[in-house]
Ligand binder design. Structure first.
Ligand code: ADP
Length: 179
């Protein structure tokens, strides 16, 4: 059974098996979580991202997909990069956001990660409303079968994001369904 926990803080300070990065499709760095991960994790992560681009993703990592690299100097074994959708007021892109959480968890499970830290994907530079982003995140993780992942930790940068995730979690219930 996968437990869902919430903490307010900096995702680059987490001690977990895998840290999920809200990356952009280039995999070559950006702002927000991405910038923080590369700054703190050191150049090894960027180097591994360049290798991924050269080997598997010449056109970039598509939105909704996920791929793992070393975690460099972070206190984790892997960084799992996923590309969230940019919020649109005219088009429903939530299936892509669902896909980010699902795919990142699938990659984590394939790697054998027991603890995985997620940021609130797409809710920063990509403009997704926090309440909806939180609902999608919590619901998707609750529904995903993620053996051997034991803990999914949402790491929320500020009080507001934490509050929205706490509300979403309370609405969904903290426990995974039996079986
Ligand atoms: P996106 O481009 O997918 O929107 P961002 O990195 O801009 O990604 O933002 C995603 C969320 O992560 C936002 O809610 C932002 O406030 C938050 N955030 C930014 N830096 C950190 C960090 N170091 N640790 C945890 N969350 C962060």
């Amino acid at each position: 059974m996968t437990a869902i926990t919430l903490v307010q803080g900096d995702i680059t300070r987490q001690q977990v098996d895998a840290i999920v990065n809200a990356a952009n499709s280039s995999l070559l760095g950006g702002g927000g979580v991405d910038g923080a991960i590369h700054r703190r994790g050191g150049p090894g992560i960027l180097e591994a991202c360049r290798e991924l681009r050269a080997s598997h993703y010449a056109e970039g990592l598509p939105t909704g997909r996920a791929a793992a690299t070393t975690a460099g100097e972070l206190d984790a074994r892997w960084v799992i990069h996923t590309v969230g959708p940019v919020w649109s007021g005219t088009e429903d892109r939530s299936a892509l956001l669902v896909s980010c959480y699902r795919e990142a968890l699938r990659v984590a499970a394939d790697l054998g990660a027991k603890t995985v830290a997620f940021p609130a994907i797409s809710t920063g530079i990509y403009g997704w409303p926090m309440d909806d982003g939180a609902r999608i995140a919590v619901r998707t993780v609750r529904e995903a079968v993620a053996d051997p992942v034991e803990e999914v930790r949402f790491v929320l940068f500020d009080h507001y994001a934490y509050g929205e995730f706490a509300e979403a979690l309370a609405a969904e219930g903290p426990e995974a369904p039996p079986g």
